[in-house]
Design a binder for this molecule. Structure first.
Ligand code: ZN
Length: 289
């Protein structure tokens, strides 16, 4: 008898082929913006795939027009009820006042989750269409392989918000140092084709062929021995970490938190309200004091 697949409110969990799990962000009306519930459910879905010995490879996809609009800035981080969720880190104190609470939240659900998924033992493939903005990069960059549709566009506009890049700072490794600086300095978009040229994306395919193309790669990976897949992934990740990736990321995360504290002291908001539409909105929780 086959086991029932797990169900979630903001995520779909599928098994489209033998040994392949497909996790789908499922808030298409919100362009798959990441609220706290979605991130914890996504983490639970990854955990399910990790603990199912029958699964060898995981595809991460997004329902609808766009892969992800990034973090849901309309969710007030101070109003979140964390009781339904099981913390994966030990810092906790999500409801604490000031920088303590905000640091703990971002350490858990932003840097913590993305780093945890980057170190997910089995191979992962991101299947990306449409727009993938800031926090959206923090879902695809932890994956081992990225397949983009020819209409995919990428953006990290956090400098425009008064912050030094999104919380999972893989930019120099994905884009190269010079393009990372240019794209961060300008808060500029880059296309799937440019992402491919820079080495961030493995393949660019027509939009309608994206799911099938991604699944075919997953099926080829699923023919390999799981032990070898897990060990070779860990070996490649170790090579990157030996070159300083982890410590560089911790430095940027501290600077990112300094940026939030600076914005709070100067503007009374977590992000600089002078230049972003979200910050100008009276309903943008991220900008309420
Ligand atoms: Zn932040």
């Amino acid at each position: 008898m086959t086991k029932p697949l797990p169900t979630f409110d903001t995520i779909r969990y599928e098994e489209p082929s033998a040994h392949v799990a497909r996790i789908v962000l499922n808030r298409p009306d919100a362009r798959n913006a990441q609220n706290t519930q979605l991130l914890y459910e996504l983490n639970s879905a990854f955990d399910h795939a990790a603990q199912d010995d029958n699964i060898k490879v995981v595809i991460l996809a997004g329902a609808g027009k766009d892969f992800s609009a990034g973090h849901d800035l309309h969710e007030d981080p101070r109003g979140v009820d964390y009781s339904p969720y099981k913390a994966v880190g030990t810092w906790c104190g999500f409801g604490c006042a000031g920088a303590e609470g905000h640091y703990s939240r971002e350490k858990e659900i932003y840097l913590g989750f993305s780093e945890r998924w980057r170190n997910f033992a089995k191979p992962t493939i991101a299947e990306v269409q449409g727009k993938c903005i800031a926090g959206g990069l923090m879902l695809i960059w932890p994956c081992d392989i990225i397949i983009a549709s020819d209409d995919a566009q990428f953006l990290d506009n956090t400098v425009n918000m008064g912050l030094p890049g999104a919380e999972f700072f893989n930019h120099p490794y994905e884009l190269g140092v010079r393009k990372a600086k240019e794209l961060l300095f300008t808060s500029g978009w880059w296309t799937a084709q440019e992402a491919h040229r820079l080495g961030m994306v493995n393949h660019v395919v027509e939009r309608e062929k994206l799911p099938d193309f991604t699944l075919e790669i997953a099926k080829r990976i699923a023919q390999q021995p799981l032990m070898a897949l897990k060990t070779v992934k860990e070996a490649v990740n170790a090579a990157q970490d030996a070159a300083g990736r982890s410590s560089a990321m911790q430095t940027q995360f501290a600077l990112h938190q300094l940026g939030h504290s600076h914005n709070m002291q100067v503007f009374g908001f977590l992000i600089d309200p002078s230049s972003t539409a979200a910050a100008k909105s009276k309903t943008a929780a991220y900008t309420k004091t």
